[in-house]
Design a binder for this molecule. Sequence first.
Ligand code: SAH
Length: 351
Amino acid sequence: MPSLLEFTQTELAQWLEDELGEKRFRSQQIFQWLWQKLARDFAQMSNVSQQTRQLLAEKASIPWPKLVTVQKSQDATTKFLLEFSDGARVETVLIPSEDHTGRIRWTQCLSSQIGCPMACTFCATGQSGFTRNMTAGEILSQVLIGRDYLGDTRPDHPIVRNLVFMGMGEPLMNTQALLKALAILNDPHGLAFSPRRITVSTCGIKDGLEKLGQAGLSFLAVSLHAPNQAIREKIMPRAAKLPLKELLTALRNYPLKNREHITFEYLLLRDVNDSPAQAHELAKIVHSVHGKLNLIVYNATNGPYQAPSPERVLAFEKALWSHHLTAIVRQSKGQDIDAACGQLKARFDNG
Ligand code: SAH
């Protein structure tokens, strides 16, 4: 039985015509029920005829994941542990921030795979292995759970403002499902997020970068984490199979919209990549693709690393300033519940 969460609006229209003998335009109403009114039951779809609802119930499903746990951090960051029908578990995180008027806005951090095949040495997800890809519907069901939790059902006044693919998994190792999810996210009758409100973060997969660029449905962030190929190989050996030089060439060719920039993420690891000399090297890379830079201070995992001291971080920033490069130091939230960058692993033991 097909899951309606796996269909783009066009696919849904086709399916309605082929399987139910319905008019194609019905797909718009049904789409809105699924993604905007958070319907989990066909009986809720009050502007759809009784007969069609019954047929839908016989021939299709709306499989929301099971919400296993919700953990709330002292800083209000909220982590959800979800379980799909095959028992696979994944985490998604809602991160609060205040806008300029002092109102709370939420960013949702989404996972794209169950586990991750990249095995970066500093990342808890990478260290706990790879189970399988998520489907487009599974990826999007995280947004449904987040919206449901916050009561976010008015697309004209969204409560979840931004989505970042920075949870578990490497989105560009699951490009097909990612692109379909982005299409449904971008659909005004679907989840109605414009490309400017979505960021896909990747360690840099050549083929995936090309497809993502062509689609133009999101912003791009790249987990760089090293100022040269040698260090990158050491700390993220699988990602570094695409040599830094080739990665940078791919990024220079990446199609950007007006005033759009690629964001580099650089994880500071004490005595590994946090020296002022390395900051100078990094600055050249960032400038060479006209990128922006976010610094992330290492969050503790079981890995062999430590975070640099605040003084050391400042010295790194100062070295960047000498190249007229201002980096945003990303505030880590939700550390007390293991919800910060690199800490997601959907633990079975305490779940
Ligand atoms: N695989 C994608 C999506 C994950 S994004 C990517 O690599 O971009 C999660 C971000 O958190 C990445 O930039 C990742 O490198 C970073 N990260 C991983 N482990 C971390 C840790 N222990 N502390 C802080 N950031 C970490």
